[in-house]
Design a protein around this ligand. Structure first.
Ligand code: NAP
Length: 256
């Protein structure tokens, strides 16, 4: 018996086996779910190979969250594999590391900021509404954030995009709650993924995180974040929506 027995889950944003989305897909399968994954563009080929490392190979759907045609086609593409969805995982972010991150805050150009906000924040709304025809009462949307209540070194405009994502999750929770769909975020500590490696200076955050977290922190272990996402996808949080669950070793609760 698993906590996702019989559930159909789409995990959007799997590139490598280091991706948080990959760990979510694996834990979800271990907990009994049928999993579909999506990714976009040039990395699709990598994703198709990487899903072979899951307990069961998962279908891979092409989805650029900024492409209206992909979003419109998504329900049909999902229905080629399953007849609906019980959960959707948004594990997607992008900000140009050369112009927006690593100390570039005061110079970040608007077109790049707009792209970061569209891919990393607005897309939670786009993905959720694209999947709505597939979801019903008891559905769950879960996204990934990096605590946007404070300013961090290096994170710069991605921090602003994450603040947008966190607000977007609350408004989605408001509007999808009456349909029986929950919307929550997991706020993970720093993890050594492709996205994190692209942020100049992010490794300084990683190195000090374990020292300050009461539970300690392993930046190579995506499983704690994945387990929490899976818990939020399950029926064990039936009355929780608009929430941000910190999965950061307790870092956020410490003053120093
Ligand atoms: P990741 O493996 O690089 O995953 C990010 C994913 O977003 C990639 O699969 C990427 O595809 C995809 N993506 C980018 N633009 C897209 C678009 N337009 N349409 C569809 N997919 C797109 O890195 P990750 O760290 O696991 O990131 C997953 C989520 O966790 C992100 O929201 C991230 O901000 C969040 N998070 C990460 C950390 C951390 O320290 N790593 C901490 C807290 C929260 P490509 O590879 O093809 O670009």
């Amino acid at each position: 018996m698993g906590i996702l027995d019989g559930k159909r889950i789409l995990v959007a944003g799997v590139t490598m086996d280091t991706s948080i989305g990959f760990a979510v897909a694996r834990v979800a399968q271990e907990q009994g779910a049928t999993v579909l994954v999506s990714n976009f563009g040039r990395a699709l080929g990598i994703t198709r190979r990487i899903v072979g490392r899951l307990p069961q190979t998962a279908p891979v759907i092409e989805l650029d969250v900024t492409d209206p045609e992909h979003l419109e086609a998504l329900p049909g593409r999902v229905r080629e594999h399953v007849d609906g969805l019980d959960g959707v995982v948004h594990s997607i972010a992008y900000g140009n590391p050369e112009t927006l991150l690593g100390g570039k805050f005061l110079d970040g150009p608007w077109p790049d900021v707009a792209q970061a906000v569209q891919v990393s924040a607005y897309s939670l709304k786009s993905l959720s509404t694209a999947c709505l025809p597939l979801m019903g009462d008891g559905g769950s949307v879960v996204g990934l954030t990096f605590d946007a209540s404070v300013a961090w070194p290096a994170y710069d405009w991605m921090g602003v995009a994450k603040a947008g994502l966190e607000s977007c999750a609350r408004y989605l929770a408001r509007d999808l709650g009456p349909l029986g769909v929950r919307v929550n975020l997991v706020s993970a500590g720093p993890l050594k993924t492709l996205a994190a490696k692209a942020i100049p200076g992010f490794e300084d955050l990683e190195s000090m995180w374990s020292g300050r977290s009461p539970l300690g922190w392993d930046e190579t272990d995506t499983v704690p974040a994945a387990k929490s996402v899976v818990a939020l996808l399950s029926d064990f949080f039936p009355a929780t929506t608009g929430e941000i669950v910190h999965v950061d070793g307790g870092y956020h609760a410490m003053g120093a």
